[in-house]
Write a protein that binds this ligand. Structure first.
Ligand code: NAD
Length: 305
């Protein structure tokens, strides 16, 4: 395969896109407030996982910055399933709460599927409830999982019309791969879902106009897997040792070998600064959509998907 030898890909600036989206969301929140509705997002954290604590704190900061109300609920690591389900039931019934997010992963003794199933579908801003998954799959209005939604926004911004494009999604998780594939199908892409049992992944990738990597394996996707000019969205967040930064230091890399792929792709998201910032912005967008729908107000057209 011929490859260009100089860096040519457009770097997709997810940070800037997310900042602009959050700015617009702030405007929508102000408009809802003028109608007597303050969007409210409840985040539930069980236990003291340090990474989860950072995510929850960031979500709280972003919620406040957008002018929304944030409700943070912390339960101890040994909280019982009944305690957690009772809390979810209270949040379901609270009219000030329009979105509910239970931070995953949960401690091992708690059944995440059961907890997600207990969230009122219209407040399920993570889009994990089986009703939302089914609604997305059947083309109905749904709450859509935030990370794939962020990827779709970046793709639409880069490519405009997606219809007819060959898209390969690597990874079939419920939170990224599967909903991503559904969204691309809805855009009339020809979608292939690749996974750990896929044979000759390199050849599968090479036919793609759009590659979405959501695997969790550092730099797995090689430059010569990419069709020249393709758009590459790297969802992976992997920590690898970075001795150049000092002893014990790490740095973040994606699932795509960026240095190689940037020489072949037409456009590519960096890690960090690509998909990551879109996830929280889409959580805020989903909360605005949920607050609008729960109050009989049409969701803002620019947040529709
Ligand atoms: P997961 O572990 O649930 O799923 C990984 C998927 O990759 C599986 O479906 C598996 O079949 C597939 N896979 C594993 N090895 C493979 C191989 N060798 N070849 C092809 N496919 C293979 O992970 P996830 O929750 O979907 O997350 C994937 C990555 O995205 C992780 O790095 C995660 O940290 C990151 N992530 C980022 C964000 C964000 O906001 N940017 C959000 C969620 C997840």
């Amino acid at each position: 395969m011929d490859q260009q030898t100089t860096a040519s890909a457009r770097i997709i600036d997810g940070k800037a896109f997310a900042a602009a989206l959050r700015e617009r969301i702030g405007g929508h929140v102000a408009a809802l407030k003028a109608q007597g509705v303050t969007p409210g997002l409840a985040v539930v954290l069980v236990g003291e996982d340090p990474a989860s604590e950072v995510y929850v704190r960031n979500k709280g900061v972003a919620t406040a910055a957008a002018g929304m109300q944030g409700f943070e609920h912390k339960l101890p690591a040994d909280a019982s399933e009944t305690e957690l389900l009772d809390l979810v039931a209270r949040l379901n019934a609270d009219p000030a709460v329009h979105g509910i997010l239970v931070q995953l992963p949960l401690p091992g003794h708690l059944d995440a599927d059961k907890v997600i199933d207990a969230i009122a579908p219209e407040k399920d801003v993570d889009g994990f409830h089986v009703q939302n998954v089914g609604r997305l799959a059947t083309g109905m209005d749904a709450m859509v999982s935030c990370t794939p939604l962020g990827c779709l926004m970046l793709l639409r911004d880069q490519l405009g019309e997606l219809s007819g494009k060959e898209a390969v999604v690597i990874g079939r998780s419920n939170i990224v791969g599967k909903p991503m594939a559904q969204l691309l199908l809805r855009e009339n892409c020809t979608v292939t879902i690749a996974h750990s049992r896929t044979k000759d992944l390199a050849a599968v990738c090479r036919r793609a106009d759009i590659v979405i990597a959501a695997v969790g394996r550092p730099k797995m996707v090689q430059g010569d897997w990419i069709k020249p000019g393709a758009t590459v969205i790297d969802v992976g967040i992997n920590r690898i040792p970075a001795p150049e930064r000092g002893e014990g230091k790490v740095r973040l890399v994606g699932d795509v070998d960026f240095d190689q792929a940037v020489q072949v792709a037409g456009a590519i998201t960096p890690v960090p600064g690509g998909v990551g910032p879109m996830t929280i912005a889409c959580l805020l967008a989903n909360t605005v959509i949920a607050a609008s729908r729960q109050n009989g107000i049409a969701p803002p057209a620019d947040l529709a998907y």
